[in-house]
Design a protein around this ligand. Structure first.
Ligand SMILES: Nc1ncnc2c1ncn2[C@@H]1O[C@H](COP(=O)(O)OP(=O)(O)OP(=O)(O)O)[C@@H](O)[C@H]1O
Ligand SMILES: [Mg+2]
Length: 257
């Protein structure tokens, strides 16, 4: 579990994260949603220790990240898998070498052991055939899966994904969502996903945090999100015509009994 307490961050006196307190549960896909510029990426960078908050705590099973010493922080980093906007694979390495990379960095395993683990992860994301190819030779969806394989190579306790579906078509997005969700359950990871994709919200939103202008405006489940009375949340959710129509149909069905 990860818990934040009153996380505050400003850049040049402009508040970007305004006293956010949340918990992210293990074995669940925890989604952070909000408009472009609302602070999702900054908040995720704070969670993983890439940015330092001005104040507040980030507790990893009770251990506060901002007050960790370098050694403890490095140990914690080893327990984190990350998937950033874009897939950020190394173009000069094959898919297999990309997945082996964190193992090379963080373990003393032999080449054979690392190759075995990397191939296992590639199989898990249905990419066992593509290990010898370079990122430039595979599709966007395959790159995402390769990046997921790399993110889980070290068997992380925590998985962070910033807009995992950016640039993917709706069907491939659903497959990537399902994959992240399945891995989260299978390995009991605490997974945090930034998204503004309402399809993802309805597909895998087990816990949803809605951030608006740096503040936590609402939290709940995908079941709760359609029936919320929060106007700011509704403006975000029903900005898409599809979800407005779903709501209308639901209302008609409700009225008809
Ligand atoms: N290093 C920085 N220095 C100054 N301001 C920053 C920095 N990083 C982010 N910001 C500002 O913080 C705000 C939140 O940005 P952030 O990238 O977290 O938004 P986001 O919710 O991830 O948006 P998107 O959905 O477009 O990815 C923006 O106003 C941005 O300009
Ligand atoms: Mg972002």
């Amino acid at each position: 579990m990860i818990a934040t307490k009153d996380i505050y961050k400003s850049f040049d006196e402009k508040t970007v994260i305004d006293d956010i307190s949340v918990t992210f549960d293990a074995g669940k896909t925890n989604l952070i949603i909000g408009r472009s510029g609302s602070g999702k990426t900054v908040f995720m960078k704070i969670l993983i220790g890439l940015l330092r908050p001005d104040s507040g705590q980030i507790l990893y099973n009770g251990r506060n990240l901002p007050s960790m010493r370098k050694k403890e922080l490095n140990l914690l980093r080893r327990e984190m898998g990350m998937l950033f906007q874009g897939s950020a694979l190394f173009d000069s390495m094959t898919v297999l070498e990309n997945v082996m990379f964190p193992l090379t960095m963080f373990t003393r395993d032999t080449w054979k052991e690392r190759e075995k683990r990397a191939n296992f992860c590639l199989e898990r994301v249905n990419l066992e055939e593509a290990g010898h190819l370079y990122p430039g030779e595979i599709s966007g969806g395959m790159m995402k899966r390769a990046a997921i394989a790399r993110a889980i190579a070290l068997n992380p306790k925590y998985l962070f994904c910033d807009e995992p579906n950016s640039g993917l078509d709706p069907k491939t997005s659903l497959l990537i969502d399902d994959l992240i969700h399945d891995l989260t359950t299978e390995y009991n990871m605490t997974t945090v996903i930034n998204t503004h994709d309402m399809n993802s919200v309805m597909n895998i939103g087990e816990k949803i945090i809605f951030i608006n202008e740096g503040k936590k405006e609402w939290e709940g489940t995908k079941e709760g999100i359609m029936n919320s009375n929060n106007q700011t949340l509704n403006d975000f959710v029903f900005a898409s015509d599809l979800f407005k129509r779903i709501k209308e149909v639901e209302n008609i069905m409700y009225e008809e009994g």
